[in-house]
Design a protein around this ligand. Structure first.
Ligand code: SAH
Ligand code: SF4
Length: 340
């Protein structure tokens, strides 16, 4: 909740500084249990803990991977669940958060797509995922040792108002104070919303899921391309106002025998020419109901070596595969449970 909303929720009977005290405790000091905010009078603390809708989701289940990744199934106030992934890596950890329950975009290789969209998350629920994961992993307040990626369930640009408000809360210097350089939003390419996001003074970094080297191929893999053409998408990318420190990231899921040839790699280089870009390659994480295969490590390396001659190109290593926390796997367990 933003400061003004906390103020409004408290009502006129409370002095104005109370809202600031609560905001400071939750977002700057990350005291997520409102009944433990010692700067507040006890009766108020108890009232708040039961009544103030800050949107903090509860941990329903936690799945710990052997590589340190933790996948959370979080319970929202209306009983729906959403997933968040914690990925420790040396000094800095990454928290992968969801923007919607399910996803309305039906990419052929993604498990989340099979669920369809249930609803958008509120800004409180988006930020709440970060607060929950940070608290459960004893991340110190203000340590700024996290990267946030909006790459969990959902298409974040179809919940632009929610994700922008969440970004303001995450980056507020008086609150969680996470640098916008550490927050990345990944989209399947909702062109008008990319244009809209470009106008926001506080916004995450932009990553685009490219996933194909031709218009036809992308239309097969990502039906949303029928509405938002690849050519127009790349034009919008060229117009996108990058900040001095920023590059566009393009993600590319490699599917064996479909989009992983050397010719595909050369076409990707051509498509992204004249863009200040880097490419992240993700070898497919397989799943039930997904009719694609993972290319060999050699194929992935060959693809990378071609793209790398033109721009930075990295291979994203899968995290938490054993607990189905990797890209495109979220919701797997629920789907398996649903299977006949
Ligand atoms: N909806 C947004 C963000 C979430 S998906 C988007 O599509 O960009 C995050 C990334 O995971 C995307 O780049 C997507 O292409 C990739 N992805 C989806 N399914 C995958 C799978 N089965 N294996 C590997 N990557 C996958
Ligand atoms: Fe939605 Fe992204 Fe999965 Fe496509 S890849 S279905 S946009 S979550």
């Amino acid at each position: 909740m933003e400061l003004g909303e906390i103020q409004a929720a408290l009502g006129p009977s409370q002095p104005r500084f109370r809202a600031r005290q609560i905001y400071d405790a939750v977002y700057r000091r990350r005291i997520i249990d409102l009944s433990a905010i010692s700067t507040l009078p006890r009766p108020l603390r108890e009232k708040l803990a039961s009544e103030l809708p800050i949107g903090l989701p509860a941990i329903e289940k936690r799945f710990d991977s052997t590589d340190g990744t933790r996948r959370y199934l979080l319970h929202l106030a209306d009983g729906k669940t959403v997933e968040t992934v914690w990925m420790p890596e040396g000094e800095r950890s990454t928290i992968c958060i969801s923007s919607q329950v399910g996803c309305p975009v039906n990419c052929a290789f993604c498990l989340t797509a099979l669920l369809g969209l249930e609803r958008n998350l509120t800004a409180g629920e988006i930020v709440g995922q970060v607060l929950r994961a940070a608290a459960d992993n004893s991340l110190e307040a203000n340590a700024d040792r996290v990267n946030i990626v909006m790459m969990g369930q959902g298409e974040p640009l179809l919940n632009l108002a929610g994700v922008i408000k969440a970004t303001r809360l995450l980056t507020d210097p008086e609150g969680m104070a996470i640098s916008p350089r550490r927050i990345t939003l990944s989209t399947s390419g909702i062109i008008p919303k990319i244009v809209e996001m470009a106008r926001e003074p506080v916004r995450p970094k932009l990553a685009i899921s490219l996933n194909a080297s031709t218009e036809e191929q992308r239309r097969e893999l990502m039906p949303i391309t029928r509405k938002y053409h690849l050519k127009v998408l790349l034009d919008a990318c060229r117009e996108y106002p990058l900040r001095a420190w920023e590059k566009l990231t393009f993600e590319y899921v490699l599917l064996k025998g479909v989009n992983d040839s050397d010719a595909d790699a050369r076409r990707v280089v051509k498509l992204l020419a004249n863009l200040n870009a880097k490419v992240n390659l993700i070898a497919l994480n397989p799943g039930p109901g997904i009719d694609f295969e993972t290319p060999s490590a050699g194929r992935v390396a060959s693809f990378q070596s071609i793209v790398r001659k033109a721009m930075p190109c990295f291979i994203r290593k899968p995290r938490g595969l054993d607990v189905f926390a990797a890209c495109g796997q979220l919701k797997r367990m629920e789907l398996v449970a649903l299977a006949p």
